[in-house]
Write a protein that binds this ligand. Structure first.
Ligand code: DAH
Length: 352
């Protein structure tokens, strides 16, 4: 009997050692400690033993039972620990992975440049004045000294919308920010019609032209118009203001030149070029080998325009300019296609 118990213990412990999962453990428990196990059979045959054998076999059988139960418990624990370790290893959180950056929005490059321009002009004493994008033919052209059928209208192909039934005036999308000059002068003049106050304003905003969209022309773009009106304002003031602006925007060393030009609302008129910052004036693709880049149109406000704004041209004079923030960015960053600005391609927009 004792030998049999030793045999039971030995084989049971041997098979227990190699068990690695919960199902096999349970099967082992049923086979070795369950009701129909060999060990339990020893207990049920207990009655057949002699008086002398009983205590010896009883003690031995109990010892085997306790031993098997204890070993079963510890192997159960070992299996559980192994399973836990395995799942920890599999679901390991790798804190060395770089985090995913959140997508952060930003201002449109045109808006950024518009703000740079307005910041500089604010430092120079120009106040921002905004006016409407939908205009009448009267404000966009007539009051700016473009008579009907004047050939200069061809310079600005126009989106006409409809005709204002009350005034019989064609409505249109403004082709430039210049009509804001009339709105502003009239509003300032209203405050003191006998002696209108001086004006120093910047007029930013979107303009629209009925054009074929190409790498060089878009149907919409921003402009920043400048207007200064007062007594004794001369072309020298215009030159000084533009030169100061160019140096603040493009750097202390930036060279510029004035070229005679024509606009119906200014007399005399000029266009301003800055020395090409790509080639430093030597001539390259960007400046088309001229060494210069055109950045704005300007001039002394035409007497007719002053008059239309409520400022007596015999007493007042003024200067004005118009420039394009998109154009400035294109020149600055060698952007060769204006369509990028409204193409909504984040690969372009993210670079600013
Ligand atoms: N309005 C002109 C344009 O869109 C730009 C311009 C030129 C504005 C000369 C001015 C100016 O105020 O004086 O082409």
């Amino acid at each position: 009997m004792l030998e049999k118990l030793n045999e039971i213990e030995k084989t049971a412990l041997q098979s227990l050692k190699s068990i690695t999962d919960a199902a096999a453990l349970e099967a082992w428990r049923v086979a070795n400690l369950g009701r129909s196990s060999a060990l339990m059979a020893v207990f049920s045959e207990f009655g057949k033993l002699s008086k002398e054998e009983k205590p010896v076999v009883g003690a031995a059988a109990n010892r085997v039972k306790v031993k098997l139960e204890a070993e079963f418990e510890s192997q159960s624990q070992a299996v559980k620990n192994a399973a836990l370790a395995k799942s920890l290893a599999e679901e390991k959180l790798d804190v060395t992975l770089p985090g995913r950056t959140k997508f952060i929005g930003r201002l449109h490059p045109s808006t950024q440049q518009l703000r740079r321009v307005l910041d500089i002009l604010a430092e120079m004493g120009f106040q921002v004045y905004t006016s409407r994008e939908v205009e009448t033919d009267e404000y966009n052209f007539q009051l700016l000294n473009f008579p009907p059928d004047h050939p200069a209208r061809d310079m600005q192909d126009t989106f006409f919308i409809k005709t204002d039934v009350e005034t019989d005036n064609p409505m249109l999308m403004r082709t430039h920010t210049s009509p804001g000059q009339i709105h502003a002068m009239r509003q300032f003049a209203k405050t003191n019609p006998q002696d209108p106050p001086p004006i120093r304003i910047a007029l930013p905003g979107m303009c629209f032209r009925y054009e074929q969209i190409t790498a060089r022309s878009e149907v919409q773009f921003n402009q920043v118009e400048g207007l200064a009106v007062g007594k004794n304002i001369t072309f020298a003031d215009l030159k000084g203001t533009i030169a100061d602006f160019v140096r603040r925007m493009f750097g202390e060393g930036a060279r510029l030149r004035f070229r005679a030009s024509y606009f119906p609302f200014t007399e005399p008129s000029a266009e301003v070029d800055v020395e090409c910052f790509v080639c430093g004036g030597k001539g390259c693709q960007v400046c088309k080998n001229s060494g210069w880049l055109e950045i704005l149109g300007c001039g002394m406000v035409h007497p007719v325009v002053l008059q239309n704004g409520g400022y007596d041209p015999k007493i007042y004079s003024g200067f004005a300019w118009g420039m394009g923030p998109e154009r400035q960015l294109m020149l600055r960053n060698k952007i060769n296609d204006i369509r990028y600005f409204w193409g909504n391609d984040v690969r372009f927009l993210e670079q600013f």
